[in-house]
Design a protein around this ligand. Sequence first.
Ligand code: AP5
Length: 207
Amino acid sequence: MAKTYIFLGPPGAGKGTQAQRLVEEKGFVQLSTGDILREAVKNQTELGKKAKEYMDSGKLVPDSIIIGIIKEKLQGLQGKDIILDGFPRTIPQAEALDTMLPEVERKLDGVILFQVEDNEVIKRLSGRRVDPKTGKVYHIVFNPPPEGVEVIQREDDKEEVIRKRLDVYHSQTAPLIDYYKQKGNLVIIQADRPPQEVYNALINVIK
Ligand code: AP5
């Protein structure tokens, strides 16, 4: 059966950075609800128009919209190893996923919690820059973009929005830690270490 992992953790924990490496080196498909939504905003689709206001203010997009997106994407990914990056983010999303997975002949192989303190999140996100052409993520200090690569800052990486996203994480997403602990599939990775060390820990989990 194809593998299915969830990447859980606060904004800026490094979920996207690590997922990109697994895509490049291990052939996983990264299913990032944040990337899907940003693409929709950029292309001004109906979904993008609905999602923009929530995203720019650091709030979660309503569950019904997100669950619909994931359901559709999962149907097209049969046989592929996947990382759910940024989904689920609420208990109703997690419950919907529990129902969806057997329908697409999958089971959850693990939920990886990237653990980082809030002050580190603020440092990381305020320095994050993205290459709009490739989607590759950099940091002005920790992982600067190569010379000649033009990068932009995400709308929601302004300090007041970062703080709002952290509040939302603690109130709406952190309850998933207990949810998956009780199911026995939570693995915690200390993510306040250099990316290579985090990756080594991750590879030990995803064999
Ligand atoms: P989304 O895009 O999912 O944002 P997020 O969860 O807040 O996660 P980030 O992308 O900010 O962080 P990351 O953990 O991927 O970190 P990264 O690797 O980039 O969601 C955006 C919005 O979309 C939400 O606010 C919401 O509105 C909506 N949304 C998305 N999913 C939803 C859902 N399921 N339900 C409802 N709404 C949803 O790293 C961050 C920075 O740190 C980078 O600059 C990187 O270079 C650097 N870095 C990474 N690792 C390290 C390291 N080990 N050491 C030093 N620096 C590092």
